[in-house]
Design a protein around this ligand. Sequence first.
Ligand code: PLP
Length: 485
Amino acid sequence: MHSLAIPLVRHGVAVEPLYRQIVDAIERDIASGRFCTGDRLPSMRTLARQLDVARKTVLAAFTELEKRGRITRSPRSGSFIADVAPGPMAVRAREMARLPRFDHARIALPDRPVSARATFDLLGGIPALDAAPTVELARALRRSVTRDRGKTLIDYGDARGHKRLRAALTSWLARTRGLSVGIDGVQVVRGAQNGFYLAGRALLSRGDRVATESYLHPSVRALFRLLEVEVVPIPIDDAGMQISALEQLDADRRIRAVYTTPHHQLPSTVTLSPPRRKRLLELARDRRWMIFEDDYDHEFQYAGHPILPLAHQDRHGVVIYVGTLSKVVAPGLRIAFVAAPPPVIARIAEYRRFVDVQGDQILESAIADLLDDGDIERHVRRSLRLYRARRDALCEALAADLPMLRFTPPTGGMALWARAPGIDVDAWTRNALLHGVSFQPASLFACGDVPLDHARIGFAACSEARLREAVRLMARALPGHSNRR
Ligand SMILES: Cc1ncc(COP(=O)(O)O)c(C=O)c1O
């Protein structure tokens, strides 16, 4: 809320009435850009006290401002600056954009892919934030800051990430994924998105061809657009990416890299089969492709153990493996990692040095403690139990309230992929949002020629009771739902 210091002239010849002086002052502030649309004004009582005037003077001023369309008033929430004409800053920005060299939109940015959040968040990538180990994190952060009186942690550091975290990650990756990378083979980054961006900038050139699965995470697709590489979609089936199609395609259109989510293809959840994994690695070796492996939800496997990543089988240094704590702990941490041969890591770090210098060493050191003390592995075990129960609750609720959906309960991940035959899924998700539920239509991920009658429905972030309520709302939001059961 803005404070209003209005110098009122109270005595003299031809003095303006006080309420007019208040009106003029607020109009001047709007014109100068001090006030913007939506800014809240102090209450009448507060303003009367601040300006040492009667409340009815302020009331007269606000009434006049409202009449002139400068403010809106509501008895409950107060008075706000109305949708006013653009202030001088906005006018200046518009003028500036007309000058050729100040055309900031000259370099087109990809559309920002947003999935709207709602009261019931059934977005597939959001973990249970209320279960995150924040007490342990707070303790570890405190230790971090006080350790060595924080001195080394607030200094410039290694662009590859804090050494303690790289060491902790190295042993965690060996324990959980069978990856044997040394400390020089690990790069800490600010989220998987940042990892792919840095790796892409460091290793790809504009115009390079990157093969991807034909459903692709929209943020990753936007990233490739930003990198100005050509995305070549490869069809998928029940065994994951069709490697034979990839092989054929490369014969006439040389590709440089393959981006893949082999553990649980996003969003279809299928796992790349062992023979295809083997063939992909052979082809990458023979044809000198880089494989960007996005193992975004490695931990979440409900039946048996997680499938070991492609990087585990990589004997030729072709895989650039990216994992993230965004799903394991929380996306706001912005902690992820790239594991690759040391020369690749050195190049990524070199690039990072120019654009980001380094990461947040205090946080990195705290996360190292959580890994070393077993807090993260304990949290993963708790999350697995929680998410398995939530998955089951979602499947039951869908079977009861939306029996027309076709899906196989996923063996892993944080979301299920359901076919909605004959339903306009885009219209459904839009309608569901109006009912307070967010989930994702296939069109959000479509990259090649793929069926669009599917939806991705997440279960990790909502309690079982809330999932049941959300599914009831989804059923109500079905286009033409009354005649569908
Ligand atoms: C497949 C995939 N890759 C990458 C990301 C980005 O993760 P991060 O939050 O670590 O940047 C996500 C997040 O939703 C994802 O689902």
